[in-house]
Design a binder for this molecule. Structure first.
Ligand code: CMP
Length: 143
């Protein structure tokens, strides 16, 4: 079954949006298989955002993601990577549709509430960066 990595960023945690965000993915029908509130270190931030290293906003990105706790999650389900991106909304909040997480809650591209893996390769890489295999729990829904 496909898995993706989602992370409520420091602004989402500060604004008490963890519960709302978790509910959106639960209500859609996806399964939470791992989650933790954590402080991202400078080293982890640089690895996670490695592909943006040459961008002018890289320093800002690392400073922001390390500025306070994040809520890191792994979700499982059919086509969860692309569907989660739809629920998250466009990166730039001026383009994210109402009804999406960023469309409902974000105003700036830097503080855009949540990160979601953009491809199967990114999902594997990001899950591996943030979680140990034993922190992920696969289970069958019986109720
Ligand atoms: P995210 O999905 O976490 O992945 C890369 C992040 O870079 C993206 O969300 C945005 O928050 C951030 N980003 C993209 N473009 C800009 C920009 N022009 N200025 C600041 N941050 C940006």
């Amino acid at each position: 079954m496909e898995r993706t990595f989602l992370m409520v960023k420091p602004d989402g945690v500060q604004r008490n949006l963890i519960g709302d965000i978790v509910s959106r993915f639960e209500n859609k029908g996806f399964q939470l298989v791992g989650a933790k509130l954590m402080q991202v270190t400078e080293e982890l931030a640089q690895q996670h955002y490695g592909e943006h290293k040459e961008r002018p906003f890289f320093g800002e990105l690392v400073d922001f993601i390390t500025s306070g706790p994040v809520f890191a999650m792994v979700w499982e389900g059919e086509n969860v990577i692309s569907t989660a991106r739809l629920l998250v909304g466009a990166t730039n909040p001026t383009e994210s549709a109402p009804g999406t997480i960023r469309g409902d809650y974000a105003v700036t591209v830097g503080k855009n509430i949540i990160h979601g893996s953009d491809s199967p390769e990114s999902a594997v890489r990001e899950i591996g960066l943030f979680f140990k295999e034993e922190e992920l729990v696969s289970y069958d829904k019986t109720m």
